[in-house]
Design a protein around this ligand. Structure first.
Ligand SMILES: Cc1ncc(COP(=O)(O)O)c(C=O)c1O
Length: 478
């Protein structure tokens, strides 16, 4: 960044503002106008309050070595991984991936509409169908593509979409691409959904209505009444689609998620999911009853038609993950995960930290103001913790939070560490904010007043000495 940008930005820029401010940029210079966002981002980066865009050096395990997007290395207990059942280095998953690469090569080399599927992806489709109670499943290259693609594929401009106001970006963007007739209902409010459906049907009986929700919301960890929504949809001649990205595999007595918990297996019109959380892979799927839906997806849902199919290794890994999830080991992993979740929520509450929603692998800790949350994020690496700060656009402005994601392989020690480190960071950040508010410091001078601990910062040479324990099977298998 230029020095001009550095000096232009005060600590109010770095602690204030939001990505919302840069969504609609003025001016005709498409490339030039994005500098405004970059300037704000750099002000945050130089103040140490840009906690996004990080990478891990040796995998996303429960203890990880990470690098900020500025290049600084740090080590910490990792609560920023979506590998909920800790399958990342599971020996059977690794063996399966390696075997798939040996047998099939690494490339799918075509879209599912042409010759991109392999016997591995065909087997995966059947496995998902059997698991969820549907005859037909279409695979997509990512969960995002599945969410976007199922909506854009099924809904035409004259149809209607009635969706939960907090639906994931892939669903919202799919809806926007499909029609202008989008009706949002208040989060999880079945009565409002019903009212919207009645209203639409009173005026329009000739077009389709797709109702869209998630079985477990990824920022609030709360759950809709799926049965009531399905009933409402059918009453008004609408179709329900539920995104099960975050709970499938890791919640419910047999891992079939909240749809199972609510006794709705096989009864939801369309189910869409992702492999990127519990299934140690990339990819997504859409499950429906009739083959016609799958065939239509394949040729009228662009991410299915005009994008390469899952690679053989991705399909094989997801397939093996489904096997593990249905085994005794899967049940044990889910039990361990739930144990960890409950312990984490209890210890956080004991420190006065409020969490959202219901027990799930997503444990969001309330911050509220972006300023406080960013100051907390500034302290966490030094304290030795990775956790994602969530702000707009993922949540509304003024409702910033830390999203801790729990894994089955987290130990009780990891959880105690995480709570201790997060609560220390919150207390310290509160004092930082007071010092800034009272004019005793600026962000540039804050460290002179209130130094960041340095203990867990590390240099390049130290990284190779720091192997997370879970990585051992990875080395053994390779
Ligand atoms: C609810 C929900 N749906 C879909 C997706 C997209 O999944 P993927 O990461 O496989 O693209 C996500 C991931 O962020 C999600 O949280």
């Amino acid at each position: 960044m230029s020095n001009t940008n550095m000096t232009e930005h005060t600590h109010f820029d770095a602690l204030g503002g939001s990505m919302r401010d840069f969504r609609y940029l003025p001016g005709s210079d498409l490339l030039g106008r994005v500098e405004a966002f970059y300037g704000w981002q750099q002000a945050r980066r130089s103040a140490g309050v840009w906690p996004l865009g990080r990478s891990t050096e040796m995998g996303a395990f429960s203890r990880a070595v990470a690098r900020t997007d500025d290049g600084a290395l740090f080590r910490g207990v990792n609560f920023a991984s979506q590998d909920y059942l800790s399958m990342n280095a599971h020996p059977a998953i690794l063996d399966t991936a390696i075997q798939a690469m040996r047998d099939y090569g690494v490339h799918s080399a075509g879209s599912p509409a042409l010759v991109g599927n392999t016997s591995l992806s065909i087997a995966l489709e059947r496995k998902i169908g059997d698991f969820l109670g549907y005859d037909h499943v279409a695979l997509f290259p990512t969960g995002w593509a599945a969410g976007f693609g199922v909506i854009k594929g099924l809904v035409r401009a004259s149809d209607h979409i009635v969706m939960d106001a907090l639906s994931h970006a892939c669903l919202q963007e799919g809806a926007q691409a499909a029609t202008r007739n989008i009706h949002l209902f208040r989060h999880n409010q079945v009565e409002q959904l019903r009212a919207k459906l009645a209203n639409i049907r009173a005026k329009d009986t000739s077009n389709g209505i797709l109702v869209v929700t998630e079985s477990l919301f990824s920022m609030d960890s709360d759950v809709p009444d799926i049965r009531a929504m399905q009933q409402a949809a059918h009453e008004y001649g609408a179709t329900l689609m539920v995104d099960v990205a975050h709970d499938l595999g890791n919640l419910g007595p047999t891992g079939r998620g909240m749809i199972e918990v609510q006794g709705m297996l096989g009864q939801v019109d369309v189910v869409m999911g992702s492999f990127s959380k519990t299934f140690a892979s990339n990819g997504g799927f859409v499950a429906a009853r009739g083959r016609a839906v799958k065939e239509y997806m394949r040729y009228y849902s662009s991410p299915n038609t005009f994008s390469n199919a899952l690679s053989p290794a991705q399909a094989a890994i997801a397939g093996k993950a489904f096997d593990i999830i249905q085994s005794d080991e899967g049940a044990q992993l889910r039990a361990k995960l739930m144990d960890n979740i409950l312990t984490l929520r209890k210890l956080l509450a004991g420190c006065g930290l409020e969490t959202y929603g219901e027990p799930s692998a997503i444990v969001c800790v309330k911050m509220g103001s972006e300023a406080l949350a960013r100051l907390v994020s500034r302290r966490l690496p030094a304290l030795g913790m990775l956790a994602n700060l969530v702000e707009f656009p993922a949540v509304p402005k003024g409702q910033a939070r830390f999203r801790l994601q729990v894994m089955a392989n987290h130990t009780q020690h990891d959880i105690v560490d995480a709570v201790h480190r997060l609560s220390t960071a919150v207390a310290e950040a509160g004092k930082d904010l007071d010092a800034l508010d009272q004019g005793h410091a600026t962000l540039a001078t804050l460290d002179q007043h209130r130094p960041l601990p340095q203990a867990s910062h590390m240099d390049e040479a130290a990284v190779s000495d720091t192997l997370p324990i879970e990585q051992e099977p990875l080395r053994a298998a390779s």
